[in-house]
Structure formats: C-alpha cells, structure tokens
Ligand binder design. Structure first.
Ligand SMILES: Nc1ncnc2c1ncn2[C@@H]1O[C@H](COP(=O)(O)OP(=O)(O)O)[C@@H](O)[C@H]1O
Ligand SMILES: [Mg+2]
Length: 171
C-alpha cells in the first residue's frame, strides 16, 4: 500500500483542474470512485475531468439517470467514452452491480462514480478512491484524499503524485 495523496483545493475551479489533471493520467478501463457528502464537489470534479477529455456538453449530476455516457472525440489518452454514474439512490449492492460499469469500461471507457464508496465491494478491486470533504473554516476549500485500490493505480502512483503536485499538502 502507498500513503494516500492529500490535496486541498480552494475553489470549484481548482477542483475542476484536479479532475483535468487526473483525466490526463487515466487510461481505458479506469474506475474512479468519488466519495463525499452532498455539495462536496463530486460533480464539479467530473466537470473538469470531462473538460480535459474535450467533452463539450455540460457534465451534470447523473442523479436521476444513474449513468450518463459521453463520447470523447479527440481521445488524447485513448479513452473513447466517459461514464458518469451516481449510485446515491441505489440501496443494494446488486443494483450497483447491475449497472455493469466494470464491463462498460472494458471497451475504451473510464467511469466516474459518485457516492462510489458504496460501490467499493463491487468495483473497488482496482479503482482510485477520491474522498472529497468540506472545510470547517473556509466555504470554498475542499480536502481531496486519493487512495489507490489495486495494481493499475499502484503502478501509476508516482506519475499521479507528480501530476497533482500543485494541490498537494504535506501528508
Ligand atoms: N473547492 C471546491 N471544490 C468543489 N466545489 C466547490 C468548491 N468550493 C465551492 N464549491 C461549490 O460547491 C458545490 C459542489 O457541488 P457538486 O459538485 O454538485 O457536489 P456533489 O456532486 O459532491 O454533491 C458547487 O456549487 C461548487 O461551486
Ligand atoms: Mg453530484
């Protein structure tokens, strides 16, 4: 295991930039599980991630649709499709499994899963876990804690650490 990478963003735009930096190191098949309460910044992160992939449509909360799918036109990192899921409304692990995200990403996709900590038993064998948390003293600050789950992320940990240097705090 590696130590978690801990970041602080001081604006919504900074969280989008973190999303963009991660999109740049993502490869087809990646699953990112986004944890954190309502308003923590999970969708904001996804907006920056989508923007870096060149997705022009606005990335909005998939709460009622469960999974939104965006085609990546330019494919700078080989990623062809972004799946953006929100499993908040799903009560059973079986329902999360039924979304089939693990299979969907196999064909050139990447998945971002809001409330993804709930999906860990299904998707967490090889995933990046991002926990977003508000700050007690500053409305616009968020702590973002990244933890690698599984071999594909551990392999890229150094690269990821370097890419995220601008937002790093001592950990
Ligand atoms: N540092 C920050 N990171 C992310 N969002 C922030 C930050 N500061 C303020 N915000 C605001 O907090 C809200 C986060 O909402 P959203 O991304 O939809 O959260 P979630 O999807 O986790 O419920 C947005 O209105 C955003 O503008
Ligand atoms: Mg959201």
């Amino acid at each position: 295991m590696t130590a978690p990478v801990v970041l602080v963003t001081t604006s919504a735009e900074a969280t989008r930039e973190v999303g963009a930096a991660l999109a740049a190191v993502c490869v087809p098949g990646d699953v990112l599980l986004l944890a954190g309460g309502l308003g923590a910044g999970k969708t904001t992160f996804a907006q920056g991630f989508g923007r870096a992939l060149g997705i022009d449509e606005p990335v909005t909360s998939p709460t009622f649709t469960l999974v939104r799918q965006y085609e990546v036109a330019t494919r700078p990192t080989g990623v062809r499709t972004l799946f953006h899921a929100d499993v908040y409304r799903l009560e059973r692990l079986g329902e999360i499994a039924d979304l089939g995200l693990g299979q969907l990403v196999e064909d050139g996709g990447v998945a971002l899963v809001e409330w993804g900590d709930a999906a860990e038993p299904v998707l967490g064998a090889d995933a990046l876990l991002l926990a977003l948390a508000a700050d007690a003293d500053h409305d616009e600050w968020r702590t973002v804690t990244l933890t690698a789950r599984g071999p594909s992320w551990l392999k890229r940990w150094k690269e990821l650490d370097v890419a995220l240097t601008p937002w790093r705090v001592a950990s």
